[in-house]
Design a protein around this ligand. Sequence first.
Ligand code: ADP
Ligand code: MG
Length: 256
Amino acid sequence: MAKIFCVANQKGGVGKTTTTVNLAAGLAKIGQRVLMVDLDPQGNATMGSGVDKRTMPLSVYDVLLESASVKEAGLFSDKCGYTVLGANRDLAGAEVELVEVERREKRLKQALAEVDADYDFVLIDCPPSLSMLTLNGLCSAHGVIVPMQCEYFALEGLTDLVNTIKQVHANLNKDLQIIGLLRVMYDPRITLQQQVSDQLKAHFGDKVFDTVIPRNVRLAEAPSYGLPGVVFDPSARGSQAFLSFATEMVDRIRKM
Ligand code: ADP
Ligand code: MG
């Protein structure tokens, strides 16, 4: 049975996509069967996995509108080692097109049920909003991974996300929980980041992942080569951190 995780944070530019593609590649490297679902119309996770969002024949949009299955629309990337269910601008229209549909927030969940036996992990890259698309992700998932930068306003934004997750848990998806908060783009030389990191641990305890992802330019360069950092330059500090994170995730799942 596949374990399904959303990578979510309603703020943009906090490292969601970087986390999704590198965790996917890291898990693949340690032998896990991974499906990466891009739920952001920007299609960054798609391009960052070497799939051209402009020319791919089918996408997650077709899956949400039930004109294709995940099996039909998914593309396996040899280089990355995981399957990509891609997204592009079409997806921005799905929100409107789904308005009339019953149980519209459960479309992705239903589609993923069909490939449950084919994967160990499904990772969903969410857009920077708490939209119908994100709701589809949260309704499908067993857990949420929240990447965050250790900055003052990061904590403030977290309250909204935590409340949304509580509401989805109460009304739509009893399985949903926060698996963990992942500190990303971390620079230990910055005192404020250390302080916020300490506050996070005081507040959320075990929910803060042990692994910390450092700020590392190789992770930022990798998308322009259509690769996750873990594949582009496995020896880079940031890539090594994501490989550790993949191992930490596998350990956490065993305890779930
Ligand atoms: P989101 O998906 O939340 O919008 P991204 O993953 O696209 O965020 O990251 C935003 C920007 O920060 C991108 O340019 C990305 O390459 C860069 N970035 C993300 N994580 C790191 C990191 N650990 N070190 C350096 N740059 C990073
Ligand atoms: Mg993104």
